[in-house]
Design a protein around this ligand. Structure first.
Ligand code: NAD
Ligand code: WQD
Length: 349
């Protein structure tokens, strides 16, 4: 029997890529998403890409905080595990609207955990973030590095991590894997699914992508006076397909009887500057990205990259792709879907 996985936020960027790999890996996936920051078209396309496995996907347009709706889903299906992506993730918006973030991310997660416990499903993989390393004193960031938060979004990740540790301490039947993602970029190599942010993108590569297709005139580089190779900020960019693969590895790890509440970095271990990333994208796309150098963005760290040792040793997972593949696949998606899922003719809905 195929293992049944509930995927919250499965219509979103990382979720849709992970759902595809679940289906291809022989799992059955039930997605719960309120489509607040995503489109049902992404899931139609996942179904098509999954070909004969596509029938193992079902979707409920439900907000996680809607307890009766969630209860109904859990009473209809016995899940082997939950992968919990659903959450709001825009750092700037979280500063403007902290209560929205605390309500959505914390109440959503608490409701999910309560319903899981009630239905005897105590296996969880949660999307945490490298944001919990704040401005790291030392790199690479290891899972033992001090954690802190620089904004309400980051605090929701910190609090949820702590809630998960407390839940495990209270009941050792739980098995919880907290995955701290570094900077996911790129798209499925088909160019059929990818990232489609609403409004002005907050993150570097979605912004670059919109400049490349002519939706924005230039990229603003936030600071060129950092103590880095070219003065711009350094991050650990990871291909979204590698990241999705990390979730399959985490699900397998849940079968290990020895695990409790564990944390793993998902990154490549390599640091890349803003200017290096832009140059690699220009090469992959043949497009010139006009730059405007501006001051530092408040709350930005100088250099952040992962130690990958624990994930390699314990999850048996390692990122395969580099920034060339990330930029190539990002451009493939962007050029086929310049307006994201609203673009035609690739759109199926
Ligand atoms: P995304 O916005 O594309 O996906 C999140 C999905 O959750 C969306 O489809 C949204 O509609 C849904 N959602 C939000 N609140 C919901 C609720 N209350 N009920 C039901 N559905 C809800 O974001 P993503 O980039 O795919 O990120 C997935 C997860 O990974 C998030 O938790 C995010 O914080 C975390 N994360 C993302 C990054 C990144 O840079 N993309 C980095 C680290 C961690
Ligand atoms: C990368 C680099 C910017 C935009 C954020 C969240 C983090 C995680 C990943 C969810 C930095 C520079 C960016 C632009 C720029 N998300 N930049 N011009 O800040 O590492 O992390 O996304 O958990 O929580 O904070 O990613 O892509 O925003 O920035 O120069 O228009 O690009 O200053 O050096 P970041 P990012």
């Amino acid at each position: 029997m195929a293992k049944k996985i509930l995927v919250t936020g499965g219509a979103g960027y990382i979720g849709s890529h992970t759902v595809l790999q679940l289906l291809e890996g022989g799992y059955s996936a039930v997605v719960v998403d309120n489509l607040d920051n995503s489109s049902a078209v992404a899931l139609h396309r996942v179904k098509e890409l999954a070909a004969e496995h596509g029938d193992n996907l079902s979707f409920h347009q439900v907000d996680l905080r809607d307890r009766p709706a969630l209860e109904k889903i859990f009473s209809e299906t016995k899940f082997d595990a939950v992968i919990h992506f659903a959450g709001l993730k825009a750092v700037g918006e979280s500063v403007q609207r902290p209560l929205l973030y605390y309500n959505n991310n914390l109440v959503g997660t608490i409701t999910l955990l309560e319903v899981m416990a009630k239905h005897g499903c105590k296996n969880l993989v949660f999307s945490s973030s490298a944001t919990v390393y704040g401005w790291p004193k030392e790199v690479p960031c290891t899972e033992e590095s001090p954690i802190s938060a620089l904004n309400p979004y980051g605090r929701t990740k910190l609090y949820i991590e702590e809630i998960c540790r407390d839940v495990y301490r209270s009941d050792s039947e739980w098995k919880i894997i907290l995955l701290r993602y570094f900077n996911p970029v790129g798209a499925h190599p088909s160019g059929y699914i990818g990232e489609d942010p609403r409004g002005i993108p907050n993150n570097l590569m979605p912004f670059v992508q919109q400049v490349a297709v002519g939706r924005r005139p230039h990229l603003t580089v936030f600071g060129n006076d950092y103590n880095t190779k070219d003065g711009t900020g350094v991050r650990d960019y990871i291909h979204v397909v590698d990241l999705a693969d990390g979730h399959i590895a985490a699900l397998r790890k849940l079968d290990d009887p020895k695990i409790g509440c564990e944390v793993y970095n998902l990154g490549t271990g390599k640091g890349t500057s803003v200017l290096e990333m832009v140059a690699t994208f220009e090469k992959a796309s043949g497009k010139k990205i006009p730059l405007v150098i501006a001051g530092r963005r408040p709350g930005d760290a100088e250099v952040v990259y992962a130690s990958t040792a624990r994930a390699e040793a314990e999850l048996n997972w390692k990122a395969k792709y580099g920034i060339e593949e990330m930029c190539r696949d990002l451009w493939n998606w962007a050029s086929k879907n310049p307006l994201g899922y609203d673009s035609s003719p690739a759109s199926t809905n």
